[in-house]
Design a protein around this ligand. Structure first.
Ligand code: KIV
Ligand code: ZN
Length: 516
């Protein structure tokens, strides 16, 4: 039987990037957009082009290079925003302008300082203007769930007449409940005279933990597009988690009678990629993609699953791209076996990247007996994202103990020679960071630091993440090693290199003055 398709609109790169502490480089955004295309989402909201030159450049790059999904750009209901979105989307195969204005009394009174009539006229004008550039125009009534329902219907009717092809109903502050939101969608469906000319979309936030439930209720009442983000990233408590929504529709297709075109086997890998690049870890008990989502602790459960997985598993891990066989390769594994394993995990690398990764795999296999899938995934997401890499860690040494002041010595390689410095600190990581600061010759504003083991075992890979700030901008650095001090030092340098690339690099001469 042919069941209706739910359109998956991904806003990881726009609403998701508004997560506190997240700041993605253009190359990282492109990598995520490519992963989303592989996941087969229908629409990628690539950014908010008018917001900054960086956002504009990144939307343009995604529009030019990512094929398949519709590429959307966000714009307030203002001509200059729409112009920026149009320009950024010029090279997209298929493009959408997504324009919005707030419609709740609270927002109109306290934020916009506009009357209902003014908002209505502005929304209609914006859609009419956007329509001159593209057929595909989405209109969002920000804070719709706290807006007057009849005013909302009036505004949706007006924008559809002006040419909107999608009308989005955001629960901007995550205030609604499933029954209430379902009823609102039904009300819109029944009271907007020209609703048959547009698709209804739902955009929910997760402040009360109900974003997925609210979106499913919206679908049950006529919303055919759902807006979501990978891992539920987003402002405050985040948005609808794409993987949860898709797997709910997929696993309970008997109930929802709907389908998506998502390649669910790419879900896990995309979740890991977004987590690594955003620096936002996935909680272990997170539905679908958390570490414990398929772990069975109790003996009774383990026994049941061994006899028949369906006793305690409602989804198959393979269907979201998690392999059951997690012990994979070791020091004697060849390139062919390595490539095969990558393919099973859903990665297809070109020759150059494959060769580089295979070298790193061999180096790791020398330090670690068994290489798990998680190790391979960590290696893949650990490619240096900044070019040029101004500073590279050549060597480090630390001395620490409970009765000694920790000291570290680091040697950094640059294109014009090397720099060596030593420093003390309150622990080995602190000492290494201070020695690096002395080597680069400026103070670094460290905001946060995290360390986690990629897998279990005493020879596990450690993954360090650091956040540094410069001119109110955050830069995230990552480092990977079986040695946690090395992982931390690499993460620190990675963040510093990113900062230098974005804020203007030190002149080579200046480095040369300190390098030997
Ligand atoms: O939450 C919200 O209202 C939004 C709109 C811009 C769609 O993100
Ligand atoms: Zn939002």
């Amino acid at each position: 039987m042919d069941v209706p398709k739910v359109i998956i609109f991904d806003t990881t790169l726009r609403d998701g990037e508004q997560t506190p502490g997240v700041c993605l480089e253009a190359s990282e955004k492109l990598e995520i957009a490519q992963a989303l295309a592989k996941l087969n989402v229908d629409v990628i909201e690539a950014g908010f082009p008018v917001a900054s030159p960086g956002d504009f450049a990144s939307v343009s790059q995604i529009a030019a290079q990512v094929k398949g999904p519709v590429i959307a750009g966000l714009a307030r209901a203002e001509q200059k925003d729409i112009d920026a979105a149009v320009q950024a989307l010029t090279k997209a195969q298929r493009r959408r302008i997504h324009t919005f204005i707030a419609t709740s009394d609270i927002h109109m009174q306290h934020k916009l300082k506009m009357s209902r009539l003014q908002v209505l006229e502005r929304a209609i004008d914006a859609v009419r203007y956007a329509k001159k550039f593209t057929e595909d125009v989405e209109f969002s009534a920000e804070d719709a769930s706290r807006s007057d329902w009849d005013f909302l219907c009036q505004i949706y009717e007006g924008v559809i007449t002006a040419g909107a092809t999608v009308i989005n109903v955001p629960d901007t502050v995550g205030y609604t409940t499933p029954d209430e939101f379902g009823a609102l969608i039904r009300y819109i469906r029944e009271h907007v005279a020209n609703i048959d000319k547009a698709i209804i979309s739902a955009h929910c936030h997760n402040d009360l933990g109900m974003a997925v439930a609210n979106s499913l209720a919206a679908f049950r009442n006529g919303a055919m597009q759902i807006e979501c983000t990978i891992n539920g990233l987003g402002e405050r408590a985040g948005n609808v988690a794409l993987e949860e929504l898709v797997m709910a529709l997929h696993t309970r297709s008997d109930y929802y009678q709907a389908r998506t075109e998502i390649d669910t086997r790419q879900l896990y890998r995309t979740s890991r990629l977004v987590s690594a690049l955003s620096g936002i870890m996935v909680q272990p008990n997170k539905a679908v993609v958390g570490d414990n989502a398929f772990a069975h602790e109790s003996g009774i459960h383990q026994h049941g699953v061994l006899n028949n997985a369906s006793t305690y598993e409602i989804m198959r891990p393979e269907n979201i791209g998690i392999s059951r066989n997690s012990i994979v390769l070791g020091k004697h594994s060849g390139r062919h076996a390595f490539e095969q394993r990558l393919n099973i995990l859903g990665y297809e690398l070109d020759e150059q990247n494959l060769t580089a990764l295979f070298i790193r795999f061999k180096e790791l296999a020398d330090r670690k007996k068994i290489i798990f899938d998680r190790d391979i995934e960590a290696l893949i997401t650990d490619r240096p994202a900044v070019k040029p890499e101004w500073y590279r860690l050549a060597y480090y040494q630390v001395v620490s103990g409970d009765k000694t002041l920790a000291t570290a010595c680091v040697k950094l390689e640059t294109n014009v020679g090397s720099i060596e410095q030593a420093s003390c600190g309150s622990g080995p990581v602190d000492a290494a960071f201070k020695a690096i600061e002395q080597a680069v010759g400026f103070a670094v504003d460290l905001k946060d630091y995290q360390l986690k083991a990629v897998t279990a075992g005493e020879d596990a890979l450690g993954e360090a993440t650091v956040w540094i700030e410069q001119d109110n901008r955050l830069f995230i650095g990552r480092g990977l090693s079986t040695d946690i001090i090395e992982a931390s030092a690499k993460a620190y340098l990675n963040a510093i290199n990113k900062m230098l690339a974005a804020c203007g690099c030190p002149a080579e001469k200046q480095i040369a003055g300190r390098a030997q």
